[in-house]
Design a protein. Structure first.
Length: 235
């Protein structure tokens, strides 16, 4: 058995380290960049916000990154590419592979009057195999159409009315579609919960109507550590 060592002066001190599977932790390293956005039909500036959704067995070793990654504002070049080139570096300790990391995307628009609005959303699971990958993430925009949503009673506490899916914005009412058209305020979500994998959010997701929007290009290098030694498989 090979024995790691360190050198102190001219003397070599050897120490045998016995590692069992219980001592090892699988790790996943995602290093890459949010390259840019394409096919967004707007002349306004756009910037992208990326949050991470992962399972309970995933611990982010740099907790600050979990607060979200935000690019700078970019305007479309002649090829209609909104160039961001914003780097990210995510390092996870993994106890089980359930809940592989997923990117939750929110695209913001900056108009000529310096007003910002969330104009598009999207999700994309990071690749499970080691190596370089280029991801094309489709995005969509809520339309605000929902004829099945019940009307809230006057003076009813919205926070206690779970049947109204209170975490959604008022944009689910057709009246706010008119406001969106004339005031250029696109319907938006007040939480990213419908984008996550929690079973409790499927009910909200199925009543959410949307139209397709542009795409976000992400480049990522996936590094897997101790997966073979722990008989983990990312596939």
């Amino acid at each position: 058995m090979s024995m790691p060592y360190h050198q102190t002066g001219n003397q070599l001190d050897y120490q045998e380290i016995k590692q069992t599977k219980a001592d090892l932790k699988a790790e996943v390293h995602l290093i890459g960049q949010i390259v840019g956005g394409i096919d967004f039909q707007t002349d306004d500036g756009l910037f992208c916000e990326l949050a991470i959704d992962c399972g309970d067995g995933w611990d982010l070793l740099q907790p600050g990154n979990n607060k979200g990654i935000q690019t700078q504002t970019s305007y479309a070049n002649p090829g209609q590419l909104f160039s961001w080139g914003h780097p990210f570096d995510l390092h996870f300790s993994v106890s089980n592979i359930i809940g592989w990391p997923k990117a939750l995307l929110k695209i913001w628009r900056l108009d000529s009057s310096n007003k910002i609005d969330a104009c598009s959303y999207g999700t994309a699971s990071f690749p499970r195999s080691a190596g370089y990958h280029q991801m094309t993430c489709e995005t969509w925009t809520p339309t605000g159409e929902n004829l099945d949503l019940e009307i809230r009673k006057p003076n009813e506490d919205l926070a206690t009315n779970t049947d109204q899916f209170s975490k959604f914005d008022r944009s689910l009412d057709w009246r706010f579609q008119a406001l969106s058209f004339y005031m250029e305020n696109p319907p938006r979500l007040t939480t990213l919960a419908p984008l996550t994998t929690d079973k409790g959010d499927f009910a909200r997701r199925k009543i959410l109507n949307s139209i397709s929007n542009g795409k976000v290009i992400i480049e990522v290098e996936v590094l897997l550590k101790n997966f073979k030694r722990l008989s983990f498989s990312g596939q």
